[in-house]
Write a protein that binds this ligand. Sequence first.
Ligand code: CTP
Length: 403
Amino acid sequence: MEKPKVVLGVSGGIAAYKACELLRRLTESGHDVRVVPTGSALQFVGAATWSALSGHPVSTEVWNDVHEVPHVRIGQGADLVVVAPATADMLAKAAHGLADDLLTNTLLTARCPVVFAPAMHTEMWEHPATQENVATLRRRGAVVIEPAVGRLTGVDTGKGRLPDPGEIFEVCRRVLARGPVAPDLAGRHVVISAGGTREPLDPVRYLGNRSSGKQGYALARTAVARGARVTLIEANTGLPDPSGADVVRVVTAVQLREAVLKAVSDADVVVMAAAVADFRPAEYAEGKIKKKDNQEPAPIVLVRNPDILAEVSAERATPDQIVVGFAAETDNVLANGREKLLRKGCDLLVVNEVGERKTFGSEENEAVVLAADGGEIPVPYGPKEGLADTVWDLVSARFSSQA
Ligand code: CTP
């Protein structure tokens, strides 16, 4: 079988050295990689490195090997183009269709999925020009993954770091696995909650639950690969940030509600995968609660938490916004699920049966997705990413029927 052909575009940022690691991962996992750096990228990492690691000649200009028409052929023959790092300048050129070197020509001729992994200083990333260019590229079907937050060149820290090469590789792997189809969530903003809330009793104790957050993270990773802008609101998961998603951290149900309501104002779809505590202690003790000899413990009085899913479903930011809930049930799974779907007012409800090997902490899941229009889609036991993709298939079908 022929190896999948990947073009690795490298533009001129200090993170170019990290693209060597991405290149290695791609070649070692059986991809035929052609590196197309820009002239500025070669200021950071030389042509000899790219050529030796890829096993292909390297050129930045359209004027080499003209008889092979490289400015057209490289893009046309690719199964995937990934630009890492993508500088603000590269995003601007790509958004406006400029073609003044081999990489920008390649981007114009490629008909395969294109992934951009931006890296730049926070100010450049946040500049309205860059944000509009990113929105344009996403609307046209490119996968633009959100930069990571952390140390930048020099002493500054902030948003703009190139995500970990291993994570970019995973995005590429998922995009390639979907084949030569346009990313169906391109241009969409998806908001996902994940993990389990903690309701503090005192500075050292809380009421919590066993949700690991893995299903919500699988939803975030797969949505990135399908082209979405992803806001992941995570509660107490301790999991590493998934590449390409904007991550907001919360602890309690009240904080989760606040973060969700803020994020949903321009969301196309909201997925509440988090396990939200229904109740919280009525009182929070500022100091650690101490036991007293010969005294029974005081009962914990609880008050209700807001129902975020019901609120988001009832007050949709737009009539077309799609709302998805999750439910973990121990018995009467389908009947309870149907009742919950109705009570919460969401469009889809993913119902799991809680049991051994399934749900909490596991890498696998098995579920039935109930739809408000009566649909019932069984998802067989398998990796949580498989269930995540089924959810996105159903969401995507709803977007298509809205169009
Ligand atoms: N949920 C929410 N806010 C809450 C409780 C739950 O948004 N206060 C959301 C969860 O994120 C999940 C869905 O509602 O998507 C179902 O959660 P579940 O705990 O099963 O629902 P409950 O209303 O608590 O139902 P039950 O009576 O089974 O406890």
